[in-house]
Ligand binder design. Structure first.
Ligand SMILES: O=C(O)c1cc(C(=O)O)c2c(n1)C(=O)C(=O)c1cc(C(=O)O)[nH]c1-2
Length: 250
């Protein structure tokens, strides 16, 4: 006989979500260990910046996909600040602009990075699957998939310290993307977590929300696996992907 899932209390369900991060979040990936401890070569840092740009550039598109399906104006108003954080405004640069500043600081041509031309195929597939997930699944699952951000401030703090300590390109200006996220992410995630805890009010919905968060940890992990295999070991760069020496700043 198959066991019926049991509805967890709010506290236990939150603890279950947090455990998913403790076990599966990409802060544990060996590529991040290398990056944060100063073991990446300049080209490995460049490969990371190029590939991660693909993720950054699609975040506002997935948030727009979420908004387009959202009937509640209050939810839309709160969620749209995420798009503003990344896209900025005429007066205020956003996260994408700050990422391109980081790209220039590591020696890359910003137009090359913004073209997403050299992105690894697996990065593209992973990011596209995240956007599609948010477009197609329930609003609860879409919002639950953003909850990896619960775990992001810890990795951003570690990254800021690691980059500043180990890499010549790192200074307050070039790493401003991560400082800003430390201000922006807590409000996003507080809202997202409350929404998920309030709306996952059956065992089935709790299962679906936990699965959505697990799926998202897989998206992030898969991107770093691809990066590691192409640019660390065994160093199999797929056809068409960025090769060291290309896309450099004049
Ligand atoms: O550097 C990181 O490790 C990291 C992870 C994540 C994440 O957990 O999805 C995000 C970010 N950064 C980030 O900067 C960001 O803006 C962001 C938005 C989202 C999302 O799913 O809506 N995740 C993340």
């Amino acid at each position: 006989m198959t066991q019926q899932p049991v509805r967890l209390s709010r506290e236990d369900f939150e603890a279950r979500l947090r455990r998913i991060g403790e076990e599966r979040y990409h802060d544990k990936h060996p590529f991040h260990h290398r990056l944060h401890s100063g073991q990446c070569t300049p080209d490995q840092v460049r490969a990371w910046v190029i590939n991660r740009y693909m993720y950054q550039s699609r975040i506002p598109m997935k948030d727009a996909a979420l908004l387009s399906r959202c009937e509640d104006p209050t939810l839309r108003r709160i969620w749209r600040s995420r798009i503003e954080d990344h896209d900025g405004s005429a007066e205020r640069p956003g996260g994408i602009e700050r990422w391109l500043k980081l790209a220039a600081a590591v020696g890359l041509d910003r137009d090359y990075v913004a073209s997403a031309g050299g992105v690894l195929p697996a990065t593209r597939f992973a990011v596209e699957s995240y956007v599609r997930f948010v477009r197609e699944r329930s609003l609860l699952e879409a919002i639950a998939s953003s909850l990896t951000e619960l775990f992001a401030p810890k990795i951003h703090t570690k990254r800021i310290a690691g980059l500043l300590e180990h890499y010549d390109f790192a200074n307050e200006d070039s790493i401003s993307y991560f400082r800003n996220r430390l201000d922006e992410a807590p409000k996003d995630v507080a809202f997202g977590l409350t929404y998920v805890l309030d709306h996952a009010n059956t065992a089935e919905k709790q299962e679906a929300a936990a699965a959505a968060l697990t799926f998202k940890t897989d998206v992030l992990w898969a991107m770093l696996d691809a990066l590691y295999s192409a640019y660390v070991e065994p160093g199999h760069i797929p056809p068409g992907a960025w090769r060291p020496g290309k896309g450099l700043r004049a």
